[in-house]
Design a protein around this ligand. Structure first.
Ligand code: ZN
Length: 439
């Protein structure tokens, strides 16, 4: 009799062992048409061909998903949980959109019970879309962070979040001060960082809504707690970049504002970067910082086209993940987000291959969040967060993707691309957290 909680999943498996932007796709991909994934105590014990492993695990209960595809859980490198209810807000670009829609919504999160209710809806939505880890903005209220982490803890999720720091150019009811932001963030770090699977990110909204004093104190927090994250916005919109220049005349540009205050490091994740200069891309590469590429949001707010080829160039590679950026983003689905990323590349005469897109949504995202030792693929010892995908979830998908098991990389790529473009939340058959199915 086996006494340990061990179980196995029989299915087709696809994950990444290397970066297909730099290494040949055939060597970056691990695809097993009939595989067995063995999970013990919530972690990956083994992945291999069913034929080779069936005798070894003959006594282990097997959960089979014939005709489906299992991938690592999707990773969203930039999203705002309090904006869940104002997704699809009409008609504005970044700065006006913040004033008209975002700030009035975020003011509601002073009420902890309300924050808890929205956090629960938000996390259910992530799971429904196959997203198992996200880097998340809360609001300026510490209780919004408590509410979020309590709900994430209840679901045993690996999540990163932080309290927004905002002490100018924001409504009074959403403003802290440099000092209260520092003190409240510090208390939240001590309360939540590394508790279970939860991690903290120091979260100034962006340069416009923080005084230099506040950004300096954010840098002080990073120095005091070197393994917390920095999560903010960077160079999204032309008018925003212009305003930052006026607010920080002594700086060499937008990124330099963060650099001077100690916020540009290897655990820093900057959302957008649509307007970045070549020199700024190079600086991010050198600092080993990450960018969250948020195509649905960049298109929705009319911000512009992210220069994918600059971020993923060979000479100055920048860590890159995909972000939905809900509520400026228009979908919780990383598959939908990958589709828009493909279109953003197309508009610049560049190609984003289906494997590159799925890499960004899994192992690429894990690397962007410095979590590749814990999540992102099916290497032994990693946490068993994964998604069961139905490539024939709708009549149209069934028509597009025949039931034939791919026998070549080209066939697999074609199926994967149709999954990305047509799949959305319909393709998510089940989501597993630490080897347990979500209800
Ligand atoms: Zn955002």
């Amino acid at each position: 009799m086996l006494t340990q909680p061990i179980k196995a999943f029989r299915c087709a498996f696809l994950d990444f062992v290397d970066d297909p932007f730099y290494v040949a796709e055939a060597e970056s991909i691990r695809y097993i048409a009939d595989g067995l994934l063995v999970v013990e105590n919530g972690k990956i014990k083994e992945l291999g061909h069913y034929q080779n492993l069936q005798d070894k695990y003959a006594e282990v209960p097997i959960i089979a998903y014939p005709g489906m595809l299992i991938m690592p859980g999707f990773i969203d490198t930039h999203i705002h949980f309090p904006q869940t209810e104002m997704i699809a807000a009409y008609g504005e670009q970044l700065l006006e959109w913040l004033n008209q829609y975002v700030f009035p919504t975020e003011a509601k999160f002073k009420d902890k019970a309300y924050a808890q209710k929205i956090a629960a809806i938000f996390l259910d939505e992530l799971i429904k879309n196959g997203t198992t880890t996200a880097l998340v903005f809360a609001t300026v209220h510490p209780q919004s962070v408590d509410a979020f982490f309590e709900e994430a803890s209840r679901r045993n999720l690996r999540m990163i979040a932080g309290k927004v720091m905002m002490d100018r150019n924001a409504p009074n009811n959403l403003s802290d001060t440099a000092e209260t932001a520092y003190q409240e963030s510090k208390q939240l770090i001590q309360k939540w960082h590394k508790k279970e699977r939860l991690l903290y990110a120091v979260t100034p909204r962006f340069a416009i809504t923080s005084t230099p004093e506040q950004l300096n104190l954010a840098g002080k927090l990073l120095a005091e707690f070197p393994d917390v994250y920095l999560h903010t916005h960077l160079s999204e919109n032309v008018n925003e970049v212009e305003w930052v220049k006026q607010l920080f005349p002594e700086s060499q540009g937008y990124l330099d504002v963060y650099d001077r205050t100690g916020l540009v490091g290897d655990r820093s994740v900057f959302a957008h970067g649509v307007q970045l200069t070549d020199a700024e891309f190079q600086r991010l590469s050198k600092a080993n910082s990450a960018i969250a590429f948020c195509p649905t949001s960049n298109l929705f707010l009319g911000s512009g086209l992210f220069k994918l080829n600059k971020a993923k160039c060979v000479e100055h590679p920048v860590k890159l993940g995909l972000g939905t950026d809900v509520g400026a983003g228009t979908s919780f689905s990383l598959l939908d987000t990958a589709t828009e990323a493909y279109k953003v590349a197309q508009l610049q005469n560049q190609k984003l291959s289906p494997f590159q897109a799925l890499f960004l949504a899994t192992l690429g995202g894990a690397k962007a969040l410095s979590l590749e030792d814990k999540i992102g693929n099916f290497d032994v010892g990693k946490e068993a967060d994964f998604v069961v995908l139905d490539l024939r979830a709708t009549p149209l998908m069934a028509l597009r993707n025949s039931a034939i098991t791919p026998t070549s990389l080209a066939e697999l790529a074609e199926q994967a691309f149709a999954l990305i473009v047509l799949g959305g939340d319909r393709a998510i058959h089940a989501t597993y957290i630490m080897g347990e199915a979500c209800e």
